[in-house]
Design a protein around this ligand. Sequence first.
Ligand SMILES: Nc1nc2c(c(=O)[nH]1)N[C@H]1C(S)=C(S)[C@@H](COP(=O)(O)OP(=O)(O)OC[C@H]3O[C@@H](n4cnc5c(=O)[nH]c(N)nc54)[C@H](O)[C@@H]3O)O[C@H]1N2
Ligand SMILES: Nc1nc2c(c(=O)[nH]1)N[C@H]1C(S)=C(S)[C@@H](COP(=O)(O)OP(=O)(O)OC[C@H]3O[C@@H](n4cnc5c(=O)[nH]c(N)nc54)[C@H](O)[C@@H]3O)O[C@H]1N2
Ligand code: SF4
Ligand SMILES: [Mo]
Length: 762
Amino acid sequence: MGGADAAPLNVGTVTTEYIELAPTGQDGRHVYTCPLCEAMCGLEIQVADGRVAGIRGNPDDVWSRGHLCPKGASLGAIHDDPDRVRAPMIKVDGQWQEVSWDAAFRRCTELLAPVIAEHGISAVTCYTGNPLAHSFSLGRYTGVLLGMSGIPVSYSPGTVDQWPKNLSSHLMYGNWWGFPVPDIQRTDLLVVMGANPAASQGSLLAAPDVMGILAGIDTVIVIDPVRTATAAKADEWLPITPGTDAALLLAVVHTLFDEDLVRLGRLAGHIEGVERLREAAADWTAERVAPVTGIDADRIKHLARQLAGAQRAVVYGRIGLCNQEFGSLASWLVDVVNILTGHFDTEGGAMFPRPAAWTVTAQPQPGLEGGLPEFGRWQTRVRGAKEVLGQVPVSCLAEEIETPGEGQIRALITVAGNPVLSTPQGHRLDELLPGLDAMIAVDLWLNETTRHADVILPGLSPLEQPHHDDLILMFAISSIANYSAPVFTPEDPDRPEEWEILVRLTGLCAGMPAEDVDVAAIDDGFFDYLCFTQGLDGAEVRSHYNSTGPAGGPERILDLTLRTGPFGDRYGENPDGLSLAKLKEQPNGIDFGPMVAQVPEILNTPEKKIRLAPEYLLDDIPRLARRLEREPDELVLVSRRHLRSNNSWLHNVSALMKGRDRCTLLMHPDDAAGRGVVGGDTVTVQSSAGSIEVPVEVTDAIKPGVVSMPHGWGHGKPGTRMSVANGSPGVNTNILSPPMFLDEPSGNGALNGIPVTVAKIG
Ligand SMILES: Nc1nc2c(c(=O)[nH]1)N[C@H]1C(S)=C(S)[C@@H](COP(=O)(O)OP(=O)(O)OC[C@H]3O[C@@H](n4cnc5c(=O)[nH]c(N)nc54)[C@H](O)[C@@H]3O)O[C@H]1N2
Ligand SMILES: Nc1nc2c(c(=O)[nH]1)N[C@H]1C(S)=C(S)[C@@H](COP(=O)(O)OP(=O)(O)OC[C@H]3O[C@@H](n4cnc5c(=O)[nH]c(N)nc54)[C@H](O)[C@@H]3O)O[C@H]1N2
Ligand code: SF4
Ligand SMILES: [Mo]
């Protein structure tokens, strides 16, 4: 059988020592990969008397070698959380009732079928949230829901996250989920822009103990409006005006051309658009952008020279560069600078990872054949937002629910998402969700969003399900594979796993009663489609599992994606290769080594070249030029993360909530003094979208003119079951996020650089 591109086979590095592990559901030592963030730490979990007695980093894990953070250590508390929803619930006359699974699915049918019968499937939408990127079950089967339900428009936090990067990768490489990742374990100079791995532990950059790796790099420069914990440990902090990174990077590009520092190296024959780029950057001198960025012209030019002069160097940009007004330009230019300086697809530069298992997103999006990409194939009904890579801004959801007429949204399915807190206009959703005809939530907590549902269908606790990371392996600095068996067996052995819930909801949308859906038939159909994308005959591949199992579900897909992946056994063609069965024999994981050069094989542009200067992005440069002329704002707001939070949903773990209030506004002493504010004062923060009241933390670790807030707060709403979180609710910063403040090419929300005013209360 064929399969993915052949790469040199490698048995991988495995630990050979004897490990005594307890079987699922029994007391003793378990190993399990933490599903909470991209660091994918291997944990060692001691179970005694059927409960988690202790969690520490697993020193034998081939990837993380014992690293962990306080969140991973809290998985036992998450499992034991009395507030966690353990049985399906339906709302009857405003009161929640626990019911059987059959009754819950019947209720879904009762609610959703009439909406579809009367208004069609376009009256139904879904919002699929962040945890599914890590979930074995959800990640793969959200593809079923989105692809097979017939729901025409769906929403996700993708458009308040990495959509600009999806866009630049689509336009440059024809590979919308193929992100170049900084090879931090082999570089000498790292420039971090708009990321704070000390808190996030790495994003679109999966690395074990990322701060440990950074500590070993000769020179780290952090470009951020905030002197974050990452910046504090770096060699240099360059405070930048939010939203001006694209201007800075264009000036770096200008300098590289101007000073004849461009070195394409091995890639020269694989790149087109160099001259077009030179023209585009011609009038973007460092002197021109210095005033608006707040970084000296000499420093900008020196940065270009440092990058060009270093043997191994890389620029890394993340959410601060995406969730901003010029997210697409900034995301694109990060790659451009790496390419022009010869630090691309080479050790220590930006490289494409090589995941051991391919993902549902691995299929390229069509639409690069002609000159301009095919975006705007449809527009939203209310504001006329154009579709980009199949999505529209998540901030459109509220108006699509609110505005009557043909195509109005009347039913919502949320899967692992909390848009009431996480998205711009979330507080409008909070007001509008009760008016829906039907709302179904696949979630583990009764929180700010799910309290509005009619039915809650809970998944298993993380420790009750097997784990294999999904999307995250596509961002990993080494090709690792690991599979974790569940630590516990679910209390109710008949509980469906989340993938099965999603298959039933898919069937329901497609016209079948949820309770009667032939789960295996839909699962087989999806499996056959995945086989088809690899040029394989699904029925033939499926027959292979008849005797060996797994008979279906995510494990069968995982086996397929491992076996047809770069290290796979291709169903016997390569007998020494990888399969799920072999992976299960290695509970500490298998390491297939660091990233390798993959250009041009990895490119999917029609001409198999890197498009360095896509016209669609060049067309946005005049908007950036207008930004240079704009009057400076009095104050602008940016977002931040904290090591012990995870977006909105880990605030119910008391061990993670210890210490002082984290939901504060960071403000520079000069800005505070000018407003008569001192630390601890409560202030009103006002934007064009709304206002909030929040305590101030005065600190010189922020650029004057910038204030910073964390997101994911604003708990304490009636009808939620989040007893710990509700005790320290904080406020929802997304009340301040204007729904129309966007990165125009991608439609991604600009959650950073929001103009605000701050006034002391009283
Ligand atoms: N502990 C923890 N870990 C997490 C999460 C969490 O909530 N908590 N969330 C996870 C998720 S969903 C994601 S997407 C990742 C994100 O991971 P990161 O990208 O590392 O996110 P942040 O830690 O928010 O860091 C973003 C930085 O961008 C800066 N910034 C804001 N605006 C600008 C700008 O215009 N220019 C520049 N140069 N910088 C700017 C901010 O000041 C901030 O320091 O983290 C993931 N990991
Ligand atoms: N102002 C501002 N807003 C932001 C950001 C920012 O930087 N600034 N960052 C944005 C980013 S990058 C992201 S990714 C989004 C996150 O946006 P969301 O994905 O909407 O928010 P989360 O808080 O991650 O919500 C996760 C939900 O999943 C549930 N959950 C947890 N584990 C599981 C599970 O195993 N199964 C199921 N079914 N449910 C589970 C939780 O109870 C919660 O309801 O927030 C965005 N919002
Ligand atoms: S850094 Fe923390 S949250 Fe992230 S994978 Fe490791 S233990 Fe889990
Ligand atoms: Mo995210």
